[in-house]
Ligand binder design. Structure first.
Ligand code: SAM
Length: 285
């Protein structure tokens, strides 16, 4: 068969299997070859790579991954897609394993240990928008050996991941992503590149994991609690935001003292602080 990325082939497969799109799984399949090529280029996929694809759908991107990588593991939650992948679109690739599982329930560390000797993998995904953040945060927080994560996400989310202090998009997600990785938006993708068309525009973002964290903190959970508390109350000054959420642990005076120690004004707002400054505040507290 030809490549699925040709919309005619996609429609043929969907009809053949009487496939019904599941809204709850965020199914929008890619039908644009240029976008696929951009994803492969951004992820820098080559014959040395062990790639995990999250949500292969009918296998459009998986075909390209199998041809360009050493080994591919595709993790798909929807059991109705498995026969399409196994018997049809991905039949014949001997460097591919298909796993019918929810990525959030899969022990990826174990998989990487068993299948790739614990060496770094690459992750590629066109993610369902409603679980983008939990999936990415899980990949980071479970310390899976990953070189880069190249994902299609809602454009707005990609911009939030990449933005810095003083911009309207800057927030807890920006800081969490930038603590673990270096973000780079590789492409903007309009709605007509998918079937069915989503309601929002998308972007491909590559997150290259840091070899070493850009800031040093004794307790990164405390730093992220401070970050969340300050962005939960964007309109408040930092001291009032932190007092509102963390008053149980720190008195207002103690927070003011820590701000002073870091050289911040009493009126400073969380959105003005860089990751380095949140790290300093966390150490001061
Ligand atoms: N990669 C395909 C493409 O680009 O055409 C499909 C992308 S579609 C936006 C998202 C895919 O992720 C769907 O196939 C959906 O069933 C799958 N999916 C949704 N939630 C998932 C989860 N928790 N674990 C694994 N796959 C999931």
């Amino acid at each position: 068969m030809g490549y699925l990325v040709d919309p005619k082939e996609t429609i043929e497969i969907l009809n053949k299997y009487r496939f019904v799109f599941q809204k709850r799984f965020g199914q929008n399949f890619l039908i644009d070859v240029h976008v696929l090529e951009k994803i492969l280029r951004a992820a820098d996929i080559n014959k040395d790579d062990f790639v995990v694809e999250i949500g292969p759908g009918i296998g459009t991107m998986t075909q390209f991954l199998c041809e360009n990588a050493r080994e591919v593991v595709a993790v798909e939650i929807d059991k109705n897609l498995i026969p399409i992948l196994e018997e049809d679109t991905l039949k014949g690739y001997d460097n591919l394993t298909i796993i019918n599982e929810d990525i959030l329930k899969l022990d990826l560390n174990k998989l990487v240990e068993e299948r790739n000797g614990g060496k770094k993998i690459k992750v590629v995904a066109n993610l369902p928008y409603y679980i983008t953040t939990p999936i990415i945060m899980q990949l980071f927080e479970e310390h899976i050996p990953i070189e880069n994560i190249t994902v299609m996400v809602q454009q707005e989310v990609a911009e939030r991941m990449q933005s810095g202090p003083g911009t309207k998009d800057y927030g807890a997600l920006s800081l969490a992503v930038q603590y673990y990785a270096q973000p780079y938006i590789a492409a903007y993708v309009p709605q007509n590149c998918f079937m069915p068309r989503p309601n929002v525009s998308s972007a491909v973002i590559r997150l290259t994991l840091h070899e070493e964290k850009p800031v040093r903190v004794k307790d990164d959970r405390l730093m992220f609690s401070l970050i969340r508390a300050s962005f939960n109350h964007r309109r408040k000054t930092l001291v009032n935001g932190l007092s509102a959420d963390m008053g149980k642990f720190y008195t207002k005076d103690r927070i003011l003292e820590a701000l002073k120690k870091c050289g911040f004004k009493e009126t400073v707002r969380g959105e003005e602080l860089t990751l380095q400054q949140f790290a300093e505040l966390s150490e001061a507290l």
